[in-house]
Write a protein that binds this ligand. Structure first.
Ligand code: SAH
Ligand code: SF4
Length: 346
């Protein structure tokens, strides 16, 4: 029988597995503590479990469902990219981005992505499969382990790696619940952000079932026509509806929405588009992140020049829209936004 992966099992499944082995109820708490708080990756390390139980569990269950294959460290800015393999040999990537107080962890939710944005390397991979909740949690656990070895901490988790998290929402939700729960990893929910293209209904769904998670919406255009070209999967999801869902999210959570806007030369970086964007976002509790386009071999786009980017930023700021230009990270190791294509660079 194929082994199960512990982090993909919920408490009920774990409890019933332990009952079948004739174990008392408190064993579940012991195991959860070892895996999610103490970060152990083998049953042999669970020193307060009877030896025989450790052996029986190890025969039936694996703790980690992904294996670290390679790690790359950017020579330019200390960003780290971790390449993992799943048990069915798919490559996925997580990225550690240095911050003042630790690392932001950029996590993947799918193998590839089916949304087909023409400026994104993950989009060009196509979609292979959704990640299981355990495979998402395991990125967090493996990376936390790794950063602790460097005497550092993961201070935020952002779903901006490979894939569209809202297209795999049940598993993403399950993983987040484990990462934030008292008997899980006890990570602060407000330190987690989901980035999404915002197909109709997705933002409302997030507001309803994961209220305190941060929201980043990949906008990229101030009008429907251009947006549908840049983000083809939103063709049946007009901007008016998305803006309403975002305003409702702001009202319910009292948190600002981050709008991401990748700056593409002579495509979405004109003055008139900055003015339209300012109008679209007027009165919202929001923040705009202008992302310099990171080159992707297949993508027929060029990055905006610094003058156009500065002008775009000035127009938004002049209209009272909070805005920053994001600093690209890890470009030399293909770890920057949109460059994740799970290619082994060794
Ligand atoms: N699928 C989700 C999250 C993963 S992509 C989403 O699209 O929001 C994370 C961010 O990287 C998105 O804002 C996306 O638009 C941006 N991105 C994709 N390709 C990029 C590229 N080549 N250069 C800069 N940003 C890119
Ligand atoms: Fe998928 Fe996001 Fe890339 Fe679009 S930008 S293809 S939604 S990962």
């Amino acid at each position: 029988m194929a082994k199960q992966f512990l982090t993909s099992l919920d408490d009920e499944q774990l409890r019933s597995a332990l009952t079948k082995l004739g174990e008392p109820r408190y064993r579940l708490d012991q195991i959860l503590r070892w895996v999610y708080k103490d970060n152990v990756s083998t049953f042999a390390q669970m020193s307060d479990l009877p030896n025989e139980l450790r052996i029986r569990l190890a025969e039936r269950v694996s703790i980690r469902s992904i294996k670290l294959q390679s790690e790359y460290c950017s020579a330019e800015d200390s960003t780290r990219k971790l390449l993992f393999y799943t048990r069915d040999n798919h490559a996925i990537e997580s990225v550690l981005i240095p911050r003042k107080d630790g690392y932001a962890l950029c996590i993947s939710s799918q193998v590839g992505c089916g949304m087909g944005c023409p400026f994104c390397a993950t989009g060009y991979m196509g979609m292979s499969r959704n990640l299981e909740s355990g495979e998402i949690i395991d990125q967090f656990l493996s990376v936390r382990d790794h950063t602790r070895e460097m005497n550092q901490e993961v201070v935020s988790v952002i779903f901006m790696g490979m894939g569209e998290p809202m297209a795999n929402f049940p598993n993403v939700r399950k993983a987040i619940c484990r990462i934030i729960s008292e008997d899980g990893c006890q990570f602060g929910v407000r330190r987690i952000t989901i980035s999404t293209i915002g197909v109709k209904g997705w933002v409302s769904r997030l507001s309803k079932s994961l209220k305190n998670v941060g929201l980043a919406v990949s906008l990229h255009a101030p009008d429907d026509e251009l947006r549908m070209r840049l983000v083809p999967a939103v063709r049946n999801s007009p901007l008016a509806g998305l803006m309403q869902e975002c305003k409702d999210h702001q009202y319910v959570t009292k948190r600002r929405t981050t709008y991401e806007y990748v700056m593409l030369r002579h495509v979405n970086d004109f003055e008139s588009q900055a003015e339209s964007l300012a109008k679209l976002l007027q009165g919202q509790l929001c923040h705009v992140n202008l992302i310099p386009f990171n080159r992707v071999t297949e993508a027929p786009f060029s990055p905006s020049d610094s003058v156009s980017t500065a002008r775009f930023e000035r127009i938004l700021a002049g209209n009272g829209i909070p805005v920053t230009v994001r600093t690209p990270r890890g470009r030399d190791i293909d770890a920057a936004c949109g460059q994740l294509a799970a290619r082994d660079l060794t």
